[in-house]
Design a protein around this ligand. Structure first.
Ligand SMILES: NC(=O)C1=CN([C@@H]2O[C@H](COP(=O)(O)OP(=O)(O)OC[C@H]3O[C@@H](n4cnc5c(N)ncnc54)[C@H](OP(=O)(O)O)[C@@H]3O)[C@@H](O)[C@H]2O)C=CC1
Ligand SMILES: Cc1cn([C@H]2C[C@H](O)[C@@H](COP(=O)(O)OP(=O)(O)O[C@H]3O[C@@H](C)C(=O)[C@@H](O)[C@H]3O)O2)c(=O)[nH]c1=O
Length: 295
């Protein structure tokens, strides 16, 4: 019997990246749900979906990810990023499902100077990060078996993200100003999707682990948003100029951490694999975007 896997956030970057590799895993029976099938802002909708079917695994890729908007709609962000995770975790615990929940580097304040370990104290600087942290805590308190995977700066050929924004703006303008004093690591959603599916397969092979462990996953390496933009234009042979600026010159409703490198030792040991460097994965993603544009 194949193991059943419910994936939320079917229309998002990570949900779509998992869908892209799902057919290569016939031993897993995936169900992808979008907002119309399970609205995380509505407890009745979550309950109805989980009563209809029971799953061996739930992968929660859905979230309120609009970082600036979360400042002006904190209640909605809380419902989706916190209360829905609590409900998913409590129901998964009752039903014996293993819950993989995706969280963010924005749970940290960004005042550290070396890659954040999983147990480093959290202290979010914006509402999005605060609601995501509450979601993590609710999951840990529920007693569900599962994993929280914190990631950072996710991009892909799907949906909207920094890479696509740069490509759009770079085609329209000769000069862009991009923040150079926020440092982190981009994450290609396809690489994270693969890590999640590998984690599920490992769990299918050996269901020993109980409790809820936190992992960090991003690509390897480090850069600022400015470095990221420069690399995008280099790889795409675009001659848009990029000027580095401090965050103080790019005011936004939400503050962002200045430093959010994540230590990935734990997940690499767990998966038994390496992780590609961000520049390598960026090249793969840009190739996909070019193919989409030509097709
Ligand atoms: N994007 C990033 O840079 C980062 C993301 N993360 C985390 O990774 C995970 C995946 O992110 P990513 O794929 O990039 O996010 P996206 O913004 O691409 O997708 C978010 C998904 O959540 C869905 N969603 C939003 N509100 C609801 C709701 N009320 N009910 C049901 N679904 C809803 C969206 O649906 P719809 O299309 O209908 O809006 C969409 O499918 C999230 O947990 C996020 O917090 C962590 C670090 C960085
Ligand atoms: C468009 C643009 C952005 N920026 C800056 C603003 C910001 O600090 C940074 C990235 O902008 P974005 O709005 O794409 O990024 P942001 O929404 O902050 O991205 C975050 O999303 C959430 C969901 C996460 O969990 C984080 O890991 C992170 O990926 O680049 C510029 O400096 N110049 C520009 O022209």
């Amino acid at each position: 019997m194949p193991k059943t896997v419910l994936v939320t956030g079917a229309t998002g970057q990570l949900g779509r990246s998992i869908q892209s590799i799902a057919q290569a895993h016939p031993e897993l029976e995936f169900t992808f749900v979008d907002r119309s099938m399970m609205d995380l802002a509505d407890p009745a909708s979550i309950a109805a979906r989980l009563e209809m079917n029971r799953y061996d695994f739930i992968v929660n890729c859905a979230a309120h990810t609009a970082v600036d908007k979360a400042e002006s709609e904190p209640e909605l962000a809380d419902r989706i990023n916190h209360l829905a995770v609590k409900q998913l975790a409590e129901t998964a615990k009752e039903q014996g499902a293993f819950l993989i929940h995706v969280s963010t580097d924005y749970v940290f304040d960004g005042c550290h100077y070396k890659p954040y370990e999983e147990d480093h104290p959290t202290d979010p600087v914006n509402r999005y990060g605060a609601t995501k942290l509450l979601g993590e805590r609710a999951m840990q308190q529920s007693g569900v078996s599962g994993a929280i995977i914190r990631t950072s700066w996710v991009y892909s050929e799907f949906g909207s993200n920094f890479v696509k924004t740069m490509l759009r703006l770079g085609a329209e303008r000769d000069l862009l100003t991009v923040i150079s004093d926020q440092v982190g690591t981009p994450t290609y959603a396809a690489d994270l999707a693969q890590a999640i599916v590998t984690m599920i397969e490992q769990r299918v092979a050996s269901a020993d682990q109980t409790g809820c462990e936190v992992f960090h996953f991003s690509n390897e390496g480090a850069c600022s948003w400015y470095d990221f933009a420069v690399e995008i234009f280099d790889l795409m042979d675009m001659d848009c100029q990029v000027k580095p600026i401090p965050a103080t010159e790019y005011p936004t409703p939400a503050k962002r951490p200045h430093f959010s490198l994540l230590s990935k030792q734990r997940i690499k040991a767990q998966l038994g694999t390496g992780i590609p460097h961000w520049k390598h994965s960026l090249k793969r993603c840009l190739q996909k975007i070019k193919e989409q544009n030509n097709g």
